[in-house]
Design a protein. Structure first.
Length: 187
C-alpha cells in the first residue's frame, strides 16, 4: 500500500467514529432473546405444564394484538426500531475532528481546538475580552457569539475577517457566522 493511501486511511480512521458499540449492544440483545427462546423451547419439550402456561400466554398476546390499534402501534414501534438500527449501520459516525492532507504532512485538528483558535483570533482583532467570545464549530460553519462591553460597539466585519484569517491559516474551509449580542455586559 502506498504512503498516501495509508495516510488517507489513517486520517479517515481518526475522523470517523467506530460502530462497534451499537453493533455490540444489538448482538448482546439478540443473544439474550435467542437464549431465552432456546430456554423456552427446552422447557416446553420437557415440561407439559410449561407448554400449557406458554400456550395460555401466547393466546392472550394474540388476542391483545387482534385489536387494530395495538397491532398498528406495535408495527410502528418495530418500524421505528428498524429505521434506527439501519441508520446506525449505514450512516457514518463523525468525530468532532477535521483532517487535512498536504504534500508532506497530515493534520488532524479537534473542533474544540479550532474553536479556541478562532475565539482567540476574534478576541485579539475586535478587542472583546476572550471570556465573552464563544465559538461553536459545526460540520460546515463556525458560529461566533460576541457579548460586548456595554456601550462599546463591536465591528462585526472585523470579527468575520478574523474568523476567515484563522481558518485560512489552518487550512479549513468553514462558513463564518458572527452574532453580536444586542445587550452588552457591564465591564
Amino acid at each position: 500500500m502506498s504512503a498516501p493511501a495509508a495516510t488517507r486511511r489513517l486520517l479517515r480512521r481518526e475522523t470517523r467514529a467506530s460502530r462497534t458499540a451499537p453493533a455490540t449492544v444489538l448482538a448482546a440483545l439478540l443473544a439474550i432473546v435467542l437464549l431465552g427462546l432456546l430456554g423456552c423451547g427446552v422447557a416446553a419439550a420437557l415440561d407439559p405444564g410449561f407448554r400449557a402456561d406458554a400456550a395460555a400466554l401466547l393466546a392472550g398476546v394474540a388476542q391483545a394484538l387482534s385489536a387494530a390499534g395495538v397491532a398498528i402501534g406495535a408495527g410502528i414501534a418495530l418500524i421505528a426500531l428498524a429505521v434506527v438500527l439501519l441508520a446506525l449501520a449505514v450512516v457514518p459516525g463523525r468525530r468532532a475532528r477535521r483532517a487535512r492532507l498536504t504534500g508532506r504532512t497530515a493534520l488532524v485538528v479537534d473542533d474544540g481546538v479550532l474553536a479556541d483558535a478562532i475565539a482567540d483570533g476574534v478576541a485579539r482583532r475586535t478587542g472583546v475580552p476572550r471570556p465573552r467570545v464563544a465559538v461553536t464549530v459545526g460540520r460546515r460553519a463556525a458560529t461566533v457569539r460576541l457579548t460586548p462591553t456595554s456601550g462599546v460597539p463591536v465591528d462585526r466585519d472585523a470579527a468575520r475577517t478574523a474568523v476567515v484569517r484563522v481558518l485560512d491559516e489552518v487550512g479549513f474551509a468553514l462558513t463564518p457566522r458572527v452574532l453580536v449580542a444586542t445587550e452588552g455586559v457591564v465591564g
